[in-house]
Design a protein around this ligand. Structure first.
Ligand code: SF4
Length: 495
């Protein structure tokens, strides 16, 4: 991802009506030994579009040359023709989708990044964030590395390029040993497709196989379903997987650590039809809703999800509470992300352009609204206002994650802490600001129980939950070293 944090303004221009959510920043896909590797990659990226909508890139290798197509925008708008796919020949390919960050929605930052190394051509993309990237970049620059982009991914490329080790795999391992933070990485060389998951396993990476036996590495299992491939297993934290002519080889080159998978993947980021870390995301979300109903019951007539991500938790809540579930808010899926540049007047309409109430199921009712998170609180406020305007007698909000009190530094686009509502106000204060009769969040223990059956181990938490607890599982070297948002490039960015 980019080494800068996202501003509210930038988020508004890419998705003006949904800027009150944390955003996943990348999805990755790679396949080895398939005659239509690029087409398979395009389909996989299509299924991963929820993980990043700002840019898309594919690099293929045909046995002699590498080919790339990198563009700003959606998969469907850029990898949609035979002509484009025909320019990406070869039996191995990797691809990447990425979410926008400030000052970085430019072609030079679109992944995969390609480089000529001593060992030959090499392209790499990753999902996550390197928390010591600025410090590493400065060190590399002092040694003569010439940076072309402002992404932290390029730091990985330079670390590999300047390594003294002999083989590409050794160089990758040496490079990654210097990196702090969270990443799932995909790379293609002249011999192989390579995937690596960071030692804590914060970001997801799964191994799959087509019916004809070609191997795949990708962020989520939904990218396997779309090409009728089977899920084989999750890549283990700290595991490096090589897909090549010999099949699948796995190495464990890093010292073992206790896994800290991102618990927010279950709450919101992953697609509900995916299976991650052994759990169906949809089933987990329903269990979170049921847990929430036990922790924060309320007398009500109807349970209504804030679409779309609140739906499974609302089903779980309604079924546990014995309250009818209704789709009381309908989302217009055709408000595109490339909608007109929003004027203040249109921005004011915001929520109404994307959501409308189903008045019949709201008027005169005591409503439980279920949402997955409250970030700044701006969208929640407008939705509550809309539901009240439709005649709800009472509005109770139930949230299927704990209060988001801290920023994420592991590849999820989060506002600065000062902008997070839960960092500024207690639950009562938030309820007042949002305009609800009552507000409750699932507890961290409740969330852990819903995912894995056991409460949080305070001494050794089983997941990363830093955005709820402030307990960051890796050092935040750049942040703590004052490397906040340095100017990484003097070259003006043309968007
Ligand atoms: S800080 Fe939150 S969003 Fe970021 S990796 Fe950890 S749990 Fe996930």
């Amino acid at each position: 991802m980019s080494m800068k944090r996202t501003s509210k303004r930038m988020m508004a221009t890419t998705d003006p009506f949904d800027d009150d959510k944390l955003k996943e920043e990348c999805g990755i896909f790679g396949i080895f030994g398939h005659p239509d590797a690029a087409a398979m990659t395009a389909l996989g990226l299509h299924a991963l579009q929820h993980r990043g909508q700002a840019s898309v890139g594919v690099v293929s290798f045909d046995g002699r040359q590498f080919h790339q197509h990198r563009a700003l925008g959606l998969v469907g708008d850029n990898l949609n023709s035979e002509e484009v796919i025909a320019k990406l020949p070869g039996s191995s390919a990797i691809g990447h989708v990425r979410y926008a960050t400030q000052g970085a929605t430019v072609l030079r930052n679109v992944q995969p990044l390609f480089a000529h190394l001593q060992q030959g051509g090499f392209a790499v993309g990753h999902n996550g964030n390197i928390t010591n990237a600025v410090a590493l970049r400065e060190r590399l620059k002092r040694r003569g590395s010439l940076f072309q982009s402002t992404t932290d991914t390029e730091v990985i490329v330079h670390l590999i390029a300047t390594s003294d080790y002999g083989t590409l795999i050794e160089r990758i391992v040496e490079a990654l040993r210097q990196i702090e933070g969270a990443y799932s990485l995909i790379a293609v060389s002249e011999e192989a497709v390579i995937g690596v998951r960071d030692p804590l396993g914060v970001r997801p990476l799964v191994l799959g196989r087509t019916r004809d036996g070609e191997n795949i590495l990708t962020s989520e299992s939904c990218a396997l379903d779309i090409i009728d491939a089977e899920f084989v297993r999750d890549v283990e934290p700290g595991e490096l997987v090589i897909l090549d002519a010999a099949g699948v080889r796995a190495l464990k080159p890093f010292p073992p650590m206790r896994r800290r998978f991102c618990i927010f993947e279950y709450v919101y980021f992953a697609r509900p039809d995916s299976k991650v870390e052994g759990h169906s995301v949809y089933a987990v979300r329903k269990r979170i809703g049921a847990e929430l109903a036990r922790e924060a019951p309320v007398e009500a007539d109807v349970v209504i999800p804030v679409p779309d991500s609140g739906v499974p938790a609302a089903i779980g809540y309604a079924s546990e509470a014995g309250i009818p579930f209704e789709l009381g808010i309908i989302r217009n899926h055709y408000v595109g992300r490339t909608f007109i540049e929003p004027s203040d007047q249109i921005r004011h309409l915001g929520v109404k352009l994307k959501h409308n109430v189903n008045r019949t199921f709201i008027e005169g009712k005591r409503v439980v609204l279920v949402d997955d998170s409250i970030v700044r609180g701006t969208t929640s406020r407008k939705i509550v206002e809309m539901v009240r305007h439709a005649g709800a007698r009472e509005v109770h909000m139930r949230v299927s994650s704990p209060p988001t009190t801290h920023s994420c530094f592991y590849g999820i686009d989060t506002p600065e802490r000062a902008e997070l509502l839960a960092a500024r106000l207690d639950v009562e204060g938030m309820a007042k600001l949002i305009g609800v009769d009552s507000l409750a969040f699932i507890s961290i223990d409740g969330l852990y129980r819903a995912v894995d059956g056991v409460a949080r181990d305070k001494r050794q938490p089983q997941f990363c939950d830093a955005c709820f607890s402030g307990d960051y599982p890796t050092p935040l070297t750049d942040r703590e070293g004052g490397e906040k948002t340095p100017q990484l490039s003097l070259l003006a960015e043309i968007t």
